[in-house]
Design a protein around this ligand. Structure first.
Ligand SMILES: NC(=O)c1ccc[n+]([C@@H]2O[C@H](COP(=O)([O-])OP(=O)(O)OC[C@H]3O[C@@H](n4cnc5c(N)ncnc54)[C@H](O)[C@@H]3O)[C@@H](O)[C@H]2O)c1
Ligand SMILES: O=C(O)C(=O)C[C@@H](O)[C@H](O)[C@H](O)COP(=O)(O)O
Ligand SMILES: [Zn+2]
Length: 382
C-alpha cells in the first residue's frame, strides 16, 4: 500500500521527542501501521543535511525469529517506495551480541558497497538493536541508524537513548558506543506475537522506571496487574509512551552518562549484568536479571538505612505478580566472589570502587559508592 506523505501526516500516531544537543529525533508509536515507516524514514533523512539527497539505500538487520514476522514485510514496504534494501538475519538470542555477528554485518555492508548515506535499520529486540547499532556506529566511523523495536523491552528501553554494543565474555555491553538513531518506529502490534517470557522481561524495565523516577507509574502498574498480564492494548500503549518519555528526559540531560543522572537507568543492573554473564548469556533474560538485581539493590539500600522494608516488599510483590523472578534460580554454579569480581568490571565502577543505584524512596534513587563489600555479601547471602 503506497502512502503519500500528506496521508501519513493525517494518520493518528503518538510522537515522543528526544531533544539532544547534536540532533533531536522522535519515537513514533503506532498500531498496525507498518506502512508508515517509509515516509517517516524519508522525513527523518530530510532533517539531516548530509542525508537530504540520500539514495534510499538500507541494510535491514533482524534475527531469525523476527525475519518472517516483520522484517521481510518491512523490506517489501520500503522496496515499494523505491528503497534498495539488503537484509541480514542473525541467530535470535543474546549470544548474537558478539564481535563475530558484528563482523557478519560489516561483511554485508562491504558486499553492498555501503557508503555514509546507507541506513542501518534494526528490526527486532534489544539484541538486534544493540548489535546493529554497534555496527552502524563503527562501520565507516558511523552510518545513519534507525531503530524498529519489536519487543516490549526494546520499545521501552533499548531503542531509545543511543547505547549500542556487544558483550564480552567477562561482561555485558563492555564493547560499545553511543550512537543515536535518526528515529524510532514502534508498532505495538508486535506485542501480538511476543512470547510470554520475553514480554515479561520488558515489564521489568517498566517497573524500573517506576522505582527510579515515577511513583505514579509504579502505582499504575500495581493497580493494573490483570490488564498488563492480559496485554491490554490501551494500558500497554500508555506504559510504552510513559517509559519512552521518562527515558528521553534522562538522556536529554546526560546523553553520555557523565553527570551521574543517566546512571539511574542502571538500577538493578550492577547485580543483573554479573548474573547474566555468570549464568551464561541468554540463560537469564535481561529483564529477569534486572528484576532480581532490583531486589538486591533495594535490600542493600535497606541495610544502609536508606529505605524501610516496605519499599522492597512492594517491588517484590509487583514483580512477582508480573511473573518476574526476585531470586536467582538455584542452584547457581558461581560464588559470591565471582559475582563481586564481575561487578568490579561494571562500567559504573571507578578506581575499583563499586557503584550502586539505590532507592531513597519509590520514585527516587541515587548513585552510591564506597559501600562496605561485606554488606554486598550479606545481600548475596539473602
Ligand atoms: N541499549 C540499551 O539501552 C539497552 C536497554 C535495555 C536492554 N538492552 C539489551 O537488550 C537485550 C534484551 O533485549 P530483548 O529482551 O528485546 O531480547 P531479544 O532481542 O533477544 O528478543 C527476545 C526474543 O524475542 C524474539 N522476538 C523479538 N520480537 C518479537 C516479536 N514481536 N514476536 C515474536 N518474537 C519476537 C527474538 O527473536 C528473541 O528470541 C539485552 O542484550 C540487553 O542488554 C539494551
Ligand atoms: O540507557 C541506559 O543508560 C541504561 O542503563 C538502560 C539499561 O536498561 C540497559 O540495560 C543498558 O544497556 C545498560 O547500560 P550499560 O551501560 O550498563 O551497559
Ligand atoms: Zn536494562
Amino acid at each position: 500500500m503506497n502512502t503519500s506523505h500528506d496521508t501519513v501526516n493525517s494518520l493518528p500516531r503518538q510522537l515522543v521527542p528526544v531533544k539532544l544537543a547534536e540532533r533531536s529525533y522522535e519515537i513514533a508509536i503506532v498500531n498496525e501501521q507498518w506502512n508508515l515507516l517509509p515516509s517517516l524514514m524519508d522525513s527523518w533523512l530530510e532533517r539531516v543535511d548530509h542525508l537530504k539527497s540520500a539514495a534510499r539505500k538500507a541494510l535491514l538487520v533482524t534475527d531469525t525469529n523476527v525475519l518472517n514476522l516483520f522484517a521481510e514485510k518491512l523490506k517489501q514496504e520500503l522496496s515499494d517506495q523505491n528503497w534498495t534494501v539488503e537484509l541480514i538475519a542473525v541467530p535470535a538470542g543474546e549470544s548474537s551480541k558478539s564481535l563475530a555477528m558484528a563482523n557478519q554485518i560489516y561483511d554485508q555492508l562491504v558486499e553492498m558497497q555501503a557508503d555514509r548515506q546507507t541506513v542501518v535499520m534494526a528490526v527486532g529486540g534489544g539484541v538486534v538493536g544493540d548489535l546493529a547499532g554497534f555496527a552502524a556506529a563503527t562501520y565507516n566511523r558511523g552510518l545513519p541508524f534507525v531503530q524498529v523495536p519489536t519487543t516490549l523491552l526494546a520499545d521501552v528501553d533499548s531503542s531509545v537513548g543511543g547505547k549500542v554494543g556487544i558483550n564480552h565474555a567477562k561482561g555485558k555491553n563492555l564493547i560499545g558506543a553511543f550512537h543515536q538513531p535518526l528515529g524510532v518506529f514502534i508498532d505495538t502490534s508486535s506485542f501480538n506475537t511476543l512470547p510470554d517470557r520475553d514480554y515479561r522481561s520488558g515489564l521489568a524495565e517498566v517497573v524500573k522506571y517506576g522505582v527510579i523516577l515515577d511513583a505514579n507509574l509504579f502505582e499504575t502498574l500495581e493497580n493494573n496487574i490483570e490488564a498488563i498480564n492480559s496485554r491490554d492494548p490501551e494500558i500497554l500503549i500508555e506504559l510504552v509512551k510513559r517509559s519512552c518519555q521518562l527515558k528521553a528526559e534522562v538522556v536529554e540531560q546526560d546523553e553520555y552518562e557523565r553527570s551521574g543522572l543517566r546512571a539511574i537507568l542502571n538500577y538493578g543492573h550492577t547485580f543483573a549484568h554479573a548474573y547474566e554473564a555468570l549464568c551464561g548469556y541468554g540463560e537469564l533474560m535481561h529483564g529477569e536479571a534486572v528484576s532480581i538485581g532490583m531486589i538486591d539493590a533495594s535490600r542493600l539500600a535497606e541495610k544502609l538505612g536508606m529505605i524501610g522494608e516496605e519499599v522492597t516488599t512492594r517491588q517484590i510483590n509487583l514483580l512477582s505478580k508480573l511473573g518476574l523472578p526476585t531470586d536467582l534460580p538455584q542452584p547457581v554454579a558461581f560464588t559470591h566472589d565471582d559475582i563481586i569480581s564481575r561487578m568490579k568490571i561494571d562500567k559504573k565502577t571507578v578506581a575499583g570502587q563499586l557503584r550502586f543505584v539505590l532507592p531513597r524512596k519509590l520514585g527516587q534513587v541515587e548513585v552510591v559508592k564506597g559501600i562496605d563489600e561485606q554488606l554486598v555479601r550479606e545481600v548475596l547471602s539473602r
